[in-house]
Design a protein around this ligand. Structure first.
Ligand SMILES: [Zn+2]
Ligand SMILES: [Zn+2]
Length: 494
């Protein structure tokens, strides 16, 4: 009897504790599901010793330009007098290590130093609206479109330590999504995965499934890897004069006088015969450069971060591991990067198709004609300054920069629709989701500008309740282009 009383008492106490939790469960019938923007890398700063008086920003690096120029010049001088590349190479490696070193991870792939990103948590209604109202471009301009579509109390920003293992980070994203569900009173969320946010979203879907997810928008997302990281990690370096300066040119957007001058200068550099010997020399010295870049810099910085390995595509993954694993990489490190590669990356199509067949809406935004990071053989691929178009689109067939697929080219799949761009550059029929993948020509990586036509298109996208397709709205066909300078307009590709 005493035992029974005890049990009853315990049940009563448990229920009375649980009651406030049940009472706090609100539901919202506003019809707009909350939007969580899953951020990319490099948007918010990382600090050393965060929260202490000794806190200092270490990423993006805060270079001491004067010191760098002095040391580089010293290295160059010693190179000239000694007829050896080594002094210059050493100086460059020392500078690069100093800039990137604080971000390095340890043998297991955890942060080596007490370094962490600034985190923005909670609904936008709890933030100062200037955070997104004053944002001229990129993620917070996208947040602004989302706020316009569903209201600040239904829009959340999620950022994370992108250096670390995304499958470990997925636990944190899962907790965040549950928090958003509880705070907004909606059973599902919609994820806007920007750039590396695509990696984090894929890791979450693999680990936690898609039951809490209504929609995924991949915006310039790295969910299918990056060609140039794949190439660099296998020790490949190649320099193409035209691609190199063409890429520098696309980095400058804006319309003032200095930009026009810069453009002309880059254009001249891209084509002048005077620089050809320099590029021939660079390509002959790639072994020496590699010895510095790979051994002294990347193996101590970028390749110590499990997050960087999520970009490596399958065709070179094992080769890249042989070349680029940090010297001290532990079994835990290898297990972590293998888990993402073999369980998430190589199953990306299955993971997304399973979500789509359960009714999860999937939309992809991919940009082209803005160049690729020109340090490997993928320099002539189309890209958005950073991610190659074939990757950010989920598998489009894309002609090399400056060429077309050819007059005789026949669309490969989905023949009931036209998925060829009018400029002959893209066949979207080979994408994972050919009917809900949009291509924006001349648009930069995550290039959403405040009050632009693109921002308006995103507001439209965020307002759609059912799966939009490239046939849903005549204003928004599959292939659109913006004016590369202002990035404010949108018109169908001609
Ligand atoms: Zn609501
Ligand atoms: Zn189709």
């Amino acid at each position: 009897m005493k035992k029974l009383l005890c049990v009853l008492l315990t049940v009563c106490i448990a229920l009375s504790c649980a009651a406030p939790v049940f009472a706090a469960q609100k539901t919202c019938d506003c019809g707009n599901l909350p939007i969580v923007l899953v951020s990319g890398m490099g948007v918010l700063p990382f600090s050393l010793n965060p929260g202490t008086p000794k806190e200092t920003v270490v990423f993006p690096p805060q270079p001491d330009i004067k010191g760098i120029v002095l040391r580089a010049t010293g290295g160059l001088f010693r190179t000239i007098v000694s007829f050896s590349m080594q002094p210059l190479a050493d100086a460059v490696a020392e500078i690069a290590l100093e800039l990137l070193g604080p971000m390095a991870c340890d043998a297991d792939g955890n942060s080596l130093y007490n370094v962490a990103p600034a985190l923005i948590e909670g609904a936008m209604s709890e933030k100062d609206a200037s955070l997104y109202e004053d944002a001229g471009e990129a993620e917070f301009a996208i947040i602004r479109s989302a706020v316009q579509a569903v209201g600040a109390d239904h829009v959340y920003y999620y950022n994370f330590d992108w250096r670390l293992d995304p499958l470990t980070n997925a636990d944190d994203l899962d907790a965040y999504i549950r928090r958003v569900q509880q705070e907004t009173g909606h059973g599902k969320v919609r994820l806007a995965a920007c750039s590396m946010g695509g990696v984090q979203t894929m890791a979450y879907l693999q680990k936690y499934g898609h039951d809490s997810v209504d929609t995924i928008w991949f915006l310039s997302a790295a969910f299918c890897g990056l060609l140039f990281v794949t190439n660099v990690f296998s020790g490949e370096l190649q320099f193409n004069q035209e691609a190199f300066f063409g890429w520098l040119q696309t980095l400058e957007v804006g319309s003032d006088k200095t930009d026009a001058l810069f453009d002309r200068a880059m254009d001249w550099c891209a084509h002048t015969k005077l620089l050809r010997p320099l590029f021939r020399l660079l390509n002959r010295l790639t072994d020496a450069l590699n010895a510095v870049v790979v051994d002294d810099v990347i193996r101590h910085t970028l390749s110590t971060m499990p997050g960087m390995w999520t970009f490596v595509r399958d065709d070179r993954y094992e080769e890249d591991k042989r070349v680029m694993l940090p010297h001290n990489a532990s079994e835990t490190f290898v297990r972590r990067i293998d888990a993402y590669h073999y369980d998430v990356f190589n199953h990306r199509e299955e993971i997304l198709n399973a979500a789509a067949s359960d009714g999860v809406q999937i939309v992809v935004f991919s940009h082209y004609n803005n160049g690729c990071v020109p340090i490997t053989s993928s320099a002539l691929a189309h890209g958005d300054n950073l991610i190659e178009t074939t990757c950010s689109s989920g598998g489009a067939t894309v002609a090399d920069y400056g060429t077309t697929l050819g007059a005789d080219y026949v669309q490969r799949a989905h023949k009931e629709h036209n998925h060829l761009s009018a400029d002959g550059v893209i066949d979207a029929s080979t994408c994972m989701f050919p009917d809900s993948t949009w291509f924006i020509k001349n648009m930069a990586h995550v290039g959403c500008r405040k009050n632009s036509a693109y921002a308006e298109m995103l507001r439209w996208m965020f307002s759609q309740q059912t799966q939009p397709t490239v046939f849903s709205d005549a204003r928004y066909p599959q292939f659109l282009q913006t004016d590369g300078k202002t990035q404010m307009t949108l018109a169908p590709v001609q």
